[in-house]
Design a protein around this ligand. Structure first.
Ligand SMILES: NC(=O)c1ccc[n+]([C@@H]2O[C@H](COP(=O)([O-])OP(=O)(O)OC[C@H]3O[C@@H](n4cnc5c(N)ncnc54)[C@H](OP(=O)(O)O)[C@@H]3O)[C@@H](O)[C@H]2O)c1
Length: 245
């Protein structure tokens, strides 16, 4: 029987996963299909599962990575730690949640990480930000989270509050916001890019376009740059491994 997998999120127009898995199944001769399930309200998730009882695995994207956790029967230690899930395995109607963004980001980040990239700014506070923060903790790289709204109790600062010294000291800047993502390619996180140097590493989780304005600004200053494409491939392959474990 054809195995069934899919993606929930809203909207899903930009989704990479369906194309990736469809091509993978064809190339590897796997009898499986991968469908997009646009789901505006997560409260409709149980009805979706009931309508598709053959589903073995589901990826989860914006805006449901956090709220979907309340529908899971079991969670991996990473999901328990960060409260965000992007991969679900379904066995005997039991849902187990995983977070493959964590391993995807870690493996991708490390490829260009130098010893001098030893303090970070994490831009944004959503699900992807939580995965990034978890990895930085594992790598023992101290970081400050930047948001549109400061939260002093949690140590979260606003973009406008960053001083030149802060921007020079933190040599690793990670964009976990959708700023710069197509079709809004002219937008970028509001930082003073004049403080970027060759010692900086700018990592953008956005992968479309391949070079966002955030990355272009870093590149023009000689910084190391990387986009989210590698991370995307790694997290997708990791999902496949989980569904077949
Ligand atoms: N490459 C990959 O494999 C991969 C994996 C996961 C995610 N991503 C990408 O990462 C991005 C974020 O994903 P997510 O799931 O974390 O999304 P999300 O939950 O919607 O969070 C994004 C965060 O960005 C900030 N933000 C949103 N709109 C903004 C705006 N107009 N200006 C400034 N900040 C804004 C918000 O933080 P504040 O409210 O605190 O400002 C928000 O919490 C997306 O572009 C997604 O495609 C890539």
């Amino acid at each position: 029987m054809t195995r069934q997998f899919g993606l929930i999120g809203y909207p899903l127009g930009h989704s990479f996963s369906k194309g990736f898995f469809t091509a993978k199944f064809e190339a590897e001769g796997v009898d499986a299909r991968y469908d997009n399930f646009p789901l505006e309200h997560i409260s409709d998730f149980p009805a979706l599962l009931a309508a598709h009882p053959q589903l073995e695995g589901i990826n989860v994207t914006i805006p449901h990575k956090e709220k979907v956790t309340s529908y899971l029967h079991h969670v991996s230690p990473v999901v328990a730690a960060i409260g965000a899930c992007n991969c679900i395995r379904i066995q005997n109607k039991q849902l187990t949640g995983y977070n493959t963004d964590v391993v995807g980001f870690e493996k991708s980040l490390r490829k260009k990480l130098g010893h001098h990239h030893n303090a970070a700014l994490v831009l944004g506070t959503g699900g992807a930000s939580k995965a990034v923060q978890y990895v930085l903790q594992q790598l023992q790289i101290p970081f400050t989270v930047i948001s549109r709204k400061a939260d002093p109790e949690k140590g979260i600062r606003e973009y406008g509050a960053l001083k030149k010294e802060d921007l020079q000291y933190a040599t690793l800047w990670i964009n976990t916001t959708p700023l710069g993502m197509a079709p809004n390619t002219e937008s970028m996180p509001p930082l003073d890019y004049g403080q970027v140097s060759e010692r900086h590493y700018l990592y953008d989780l956005v992968y479309n376009p391949a070079e966002t304005k955030f990355l272009s600004a870093g590149k023009s200053k000689g910084a190391v740059i990387e986009n989210g494409h590698d991370m995307l491939i790694i997290q997708a392959e990791e999902s496949w491994a989980i569904w077949n474990a």
